[in-house]
Structures are given as C-alpha cells and as structure tokens.
Design a binder for this molecule. Structure first.
Ligand SMILES: [Zn+2]
Length: 65
C-alpha cells in the first residue's frame, strides 16, 4: 500500500492509521499526515464544540423521560 498523496511506501504503523470519523484507513504517510494535521486539528475543535452543544438538549430529553 502506498500513500494516496505522495505515493511513498507506507510503514506498518502508517497502514494502521484510520480516520477517526469514518474508521476507514487513511493510506497516508506520516509526512503528508503532518502537513494536513493542523487543518484536521482545527476541524476537531469545531466538531467537538458541536457535539457538546448537541448533547445538551438530548440530555434534557432523557431526563424528562
Ligand atoms: Zn505521503
């Protein structure tokens, strides 16, 4: 298996890396992973905020039941 971005051969560790949301293999080498890491980290913060907000009304509903 090779990196889908730069076509470098992937190490065993890189082959095991999976997308946290989809569970699909990333097939991306650590070099390319590092270059996109910052953008991903920003997305994580945003999604985390959305999850926290969406849990508030859900928890209230469960308490009513
Ligand atoms: Zn790469």
């Amino acid at each position: 298996m090779r990196c889908i971005i730069c076509d470098a051969k992937l190490t065993d560790g890189e082959l095991l890396k999976r997308d946290l949301f989809t569970g699909l293999p990333l097939d991306t080498c650590s070099t390319c992973m590092g270059s996109i890491g910052e953008a991903v980290a920003e997305d994580f913060e945003y999604i985390d905020d959305v999850n926290v907000l969406s849990k508030i009304p859900l928890d209230k509903e469960e308490n009513d039941l």
